[in-house]
Design a protein around this ligand. Structure first.
Ligand code: PMP
Length: 396
């Protein structure tokens, strides 16, 4: 017999979420997550994936994955520190260090568990972490896990960060203080003010931690936000994911050799969770080789992003202040945002509604993620559907 307490809890809370338009429905894809997708037999223009460069469906990555599976099998068989480290795991880490212009790198099974493992390996209850209020959920959870004092600063507000850093330092309460930020904020597409953050970090002796999940492959000729600002030797932790621009799955930290050596002996997901499967590792190596050799895909991504932004703006949509190809269309009210996304879907565009708690209440948006793989025809079709639905719902 199942627990009545649990049953009542779930019923009450699920109904509450559904009533407020905050319940996310999951639509399984019947196709690859490319520029066009198929859901329930319907072909849609896909503006919701993080497959920024189209590499998830690139034949070179697929071939590399198949070859690695034939050689090493479907799974890696153990955690990294027992005997789940294949030679290709080591090769991937070397490639990542080259890609990020650092001494070394460590690979995790996802960006999420990278943040869970990396922060808590270095910070503890005697420390403090200054964290941007809009940082990703995995950073928030990683900070909590560390038991350090979490001090949130206003989003990209450098005066607030400086004041809080000064106060924390002068209190004498903390052994170590870290400042932690997303490189690119995925809900608005804005870029962290890294030069100012580094200046503040130098003044107050802060450890610097940048999660560049959305900047890698996109900014800095592909190398990311830190490289974009020329700060590769000034950031202690460069975090990335292998699931977005790289097109596969996994996460990593790039940094000084000593830091990476420490993470390899103290980071719990590295020590206690089975390593990435061979297919994923080989495909990631292929993707990074592609990025190291050409900026063609980034150029196409930016071209498409700018094209979509110009089009939506010309139609009268509020596209916020994005500095990257991420293009939010801010609707505001949660129910209306869900309705907008639903109507886009019916007309042939898949652009997911993002509402509270992922973004603050009242700032619901349909978020568009153009990729290098979209054609101008797809984007034109998406824009004409946006125009139709925008007029119908009184958004423009
Ligand atoms: N950090 C940030 C900033 C992210 O946006 C995401 C993905 N949503 C992650 C970490 C987690 O990455 P992954 O999907 O590889 O677990």
């Amino acid at each position: 017999m199942s627990s009545k307490v649990l049953e009542n809890f779930l019923k009450e809370h699920l109904e509450d979420l559904k009533g407020k338009g905050l319940y996310n429905v999951i639509d399984p894809l019947e196709s690859a997550n490319g520029p066009m997708i198929k859901i329930a037999g319907k072909e849609l223009i896909n503006l919701s994936s993080n497959n920024y460069l189209g590499l998830a469906t690139d034949q070179r990555l697929i071939d590399a994955a198949i070859e690695a599976t034939k050689k090493y099998g479907a799974g890696s068989g153990a955690v990294r520190t027992i005997n789940g480290t294949l030679d290709i795991h080591v090769k991937l880490e070397e490639k990542l260090a080259e890609f990020k212009h650092t001494e070394a790198a460590i690979v995790y099974q996802s960006g999420f568990n990278c943040n869970m493992g990396a922060i808590s390996a270095v910070m503890d209850k005697d420390d403090a972490i200054l964290s941007d209020e809009l940082n990703h959920a995995s950073i928030i959870d990683g900070c909590r896990l560390s038991k350090a004092k979490i001090i949130r600063y206003k989003h990209s507000d450098m005066e607030d960060l400086r004041n809080k850093a000064k106060e924390a330092k002068e209190s004498g309460l903390y052994k170590k203080i870290m400042v932690i930020t997303d490189g690119v904020f995925s809900m608005d597409g804005d870029i962290a003010k890294l030069p100012e953050i580094v200046e503040i970090a130098e003044e107050f002796d802060l450890i610097t931690y940048v999660d560049d999940a959305h900047g890698s492959g996109v900014l800095g000729n592909g190398a990311g936000t830190v490289k974009h600002f020329g700060l590769s030797d000034k950031i202690d932790f460069q975090i990335g994911t292998l699931s977005k621009a790289i097109g596969v799955v996994g996460g990593y930290v790039a940094g000084k050799k000593d830091l990476i050596d420490w993470l390899k002996v103290r980071s719990r997901p590295f020590l206690f969770s089975t390593s990435l499967p061979p297919a994923a590792v080989a495909a990631c190596i292929e993707a990074i080789d592609i990025l190291l050799n050409s900026t063609e895909l980034q150029d196409r991504l930016w071209d498409n992003g700018n094209y979509l932004k110009r089009g939506l703006k010309a139609l009268g949509f509020d596209i916020g202040e994005s500095q990257t190809p991420i293009t939010p269309c801010i609707i505001g009210d949660e129910i209306k945002t869900q309705e907008f996304s639903k109507r886009l879907y019916e007309e042939g565009v898949y652009a997911k509604a993002i509402v509270f708690p992922t973004v603050p209440r009242g700032t619901g948006r349909v978020r568009n993620m153009p990729t290098a793989a979209h054609t101008k025809e797809m984007l034109d079709r998406a824009l004409s559907i946006y125009e139709k639905v925008g007029k119908e719902l009184g958004v423009i």
